[in-house]
Each structure stands twice: as C-alpha cells, then as structure tokens.
Design a protein around this ligand. Structure first.
Ligand code: NAD
Length: 296
C-alpha cells in the first residue's frame, strides 16, 4: 500500500516518519520545503502537489491546521480531488469542524472515494513515539482497511461513528484539555503565591483525584516557564471556536469553554498566541502579578 501524506508540521512530520519506519512507501507534500526535505531524507518520495500524490498513492492522509486548509488541499486547484480515482481513500487527521469533514467527504463520494476523519490527541511527544490516540469517523469497512497503518501512528485507534464523529470526539477532548489546563493554572498561581513551592504542590496532588495526563504534561512546563509549542494557543482557539459553533448549532451551551476561549483570546492579543497552551497560566500570572516557577 502506497501512502500519500500532506502536511508535515509539528505533528505530520513524525507521523509520516513512523509510517516509513513501519515499512510503508510514503510520498509527501507540504507548502514548506524544509520538512519535505527532512522526511525525504528519512526515505519518503516527494510529490509535486496534492493532485500528484492522489494519482500515485492508494491512500492520502492530510494533517493540516484547520478546515480551510483541508478544503484547499483536497478540493482546491491542484488538490487531491483532481488526481484521485474511485476505490482510493482519504484520511484527514487534522482537527477540523465536523461539518467541514462531512462536506469534504460528500465531494469525494461523488468520485467514488471514501473518507475517514481521524483527528488525534497526544501532541508532538506521542506523535514521535507513535502512541497517539486516534478518533475516527467513517464506515466500518473503510476503518478496517485503514486500521493497520493508523496503528503505526497511534496506541489507540477507535471508530467513534460515521463521518464527522472523529472530530466531534476530538472537540470533546479539546474542551476537557483546555478546561484542565485552566483549572491547573488557577490552582498553581493561588498555591504558589500563598507560599507553597509548586514542585511540592505537584508531588502532593499528582497521585490523587486532581492528578491527570494534563497535569503531568503541563505542570513541568509551567514550572520551567517553557512555553515552546507543542500545541499552540492559536490552534486551541480554533478547536474551541469549532466546539462553540457546533454547540450553538445543536443547542448545547458551553459556558466553561466560552470562558477559557476568552482567556485564550486575551493571551493572543497579548502576543502569546504562538505559545504552547500550557501558557494559559500566563493569563493568571498577569492578573495575580505572580509567576509560578520552580524554586519560587
Ligand atoms: P502545523 O502548523 O505545525 O503544521 C501544519 C502544516 O501544514 C505546515 O507544515 C504547513 O506548511 C502545512 N500546510 C498548510 N496548508 C497546506 C496546504 N494547503 N498544502 C500543503 N501543506 C499545507 O500544525 P500541527 O501542530 O502539526 O497540527 C496539525 C493538526 O493537528 C491541527 O489540526 C492541530 O489542531 C492538530 N493537532 C495538533 C497537536 C499538537 O500538539 N501540535 C496535537 C493534536 C492535534
């Protein structure tokens, strides 16, 4: 099976490399030349465009920032739809609006092409390890054909429902992650300013009910003042915007999500949109005029 991979950013680059390590033939494309060069050096071939990749590969994976990028890469000029033929499969692994996934899938279906939406959770470290959580929407039969190569990028690959269900599940994931980071930030600023060493706080609570994967991944970054992404606040704003829009569409108010959204908007205005989302703590630090740092 020859796999095309479009979008070699923080996530796509290590994911494509894991497919190569697993022995798949991989053909790659990105607008930026540097990551393409790196993945070609690891054994991939270079495609000239989405169209070119779709002509030459059995499956096309996309890993792009948001709905407009996915629509441009698949449906736009020189895009996947121009080169793809019936029986081939598109797997969009970007986190996009569920409705956009359904729209793209409907256009591909007109050409006899099936699509899965298969966003991921776990961030760059798990993308490198090949241990992502992959949340999939689409038909069971297509899932069964794709599961073997998806399992080379993820430790968990779960079919969540029909097309769009992968992204609905991812929105739920992103709400939980954002609210967890905000809760952790609020608590760490309070406890540290009140005089408890943040490292001691972390050690004391991580094994109890407040412990979480978010706490283990993000508390060390907060304590080190290391906000290098990882997952950029701007991208998390995109996910929360998609969650809020979906909530409005189907009649589910999201009051806590909306609050964290505004915190992230304030950070973006403050020039911090490119920081890792652990940088949510900087909103609380500014309000409290106190920084949570190791040894403070
Ligand atoms: P990124 O910005 O690092 O990478 C995106 C890549 O897509 C870039 O290399 C860019 O050049 C390329 N690109 C954009 N438009 C293109 C087009 N039309 N044709 C070809 N290439 C194009 O983003 P990322 O962090 O890798 O995230 C990708 C997706 O995965 C996003 O939807 C994000 O929300 C999701 N995600 C990210 C993380 C994370 O921790 N970074 C974790 C889970 C999910």
């Amino acid at each position: 099976m020859k796999i095309g991979f479009i979008g070699l950013g923080i996530m796509g680059k290590p994911m494509a490399k894991n497919l190569l390590k697993a022995g798949y033939q991989v053909m790659v494309y990105d607008r930026m030349p540097a990551p393409v060069k790196e993945v070609v050096e690891a054994g991939a071939t270079e495609g000239a465009s989405g169209k070119d990749i779709a002509e030459k590969c059995d499956v096309v994976i996309t890993m792009l920032p948001n709905s407009p990028h996915v629509k441009a890469a698949i449906l736009g000029p020189g895009g996947v739809i121009e080169g793809i033929s019936a029986g081939k499969i598109v797997v969009d692994m970007s986190s996009i609006a569920p409705l956009a996934a359904q729209e793209v899938a409907a256009k591909l279906a007109e050409k006899g092409v099936d699509m899965l939406d298969a966003p991921v959770s776990g961030g760059e470290p798990k993308a490198i390890e090949g241990t992502l959580s992959i949340m999939v929407g689409g038909k069971q039969a297509i899932f069964d054909r794709c599961q073997p190569f998806l399992a080379k990028m993820g430790a968990s690959v779960v079919l969540c429902g029909d097309i769009g269900a992968g992204n609905v599940t991812k929105l739920a994931n992103q709400i939980i992650v954002a609210l967890n980071i905000a809760a952790m930030s609020e608590a760490f600023v309070l406890a540290s300013k009140a005089g408890v060493d943040p490292e001691v706080l972390y050690k004391a609570i991580r094994g109890g009910l407040a412990g979480s994967t978010v706490l283990d991944a993000k508390a060390p970054m907060v304590m080190a003042g290391n906000f290098k992404p990882g997952f950029r606040i701007e991208l998390h704003i995109k996910d929360l915007a998609n969650a809020i829009e979906t909530g409005h569409d189907i009649g589910v108010p999201l009051p806590l999500t909306s609050q964290v959204m505004e915190i992230m908007q304030a950070l973006k205005v403050d020039g911090k949109g490119g920081n890792d989302h652990s940088g949510i703590v900087q909103f609380y630090e500014k309000m409290a005029q106190f920084e949570v740092r190791k040894g403070k």
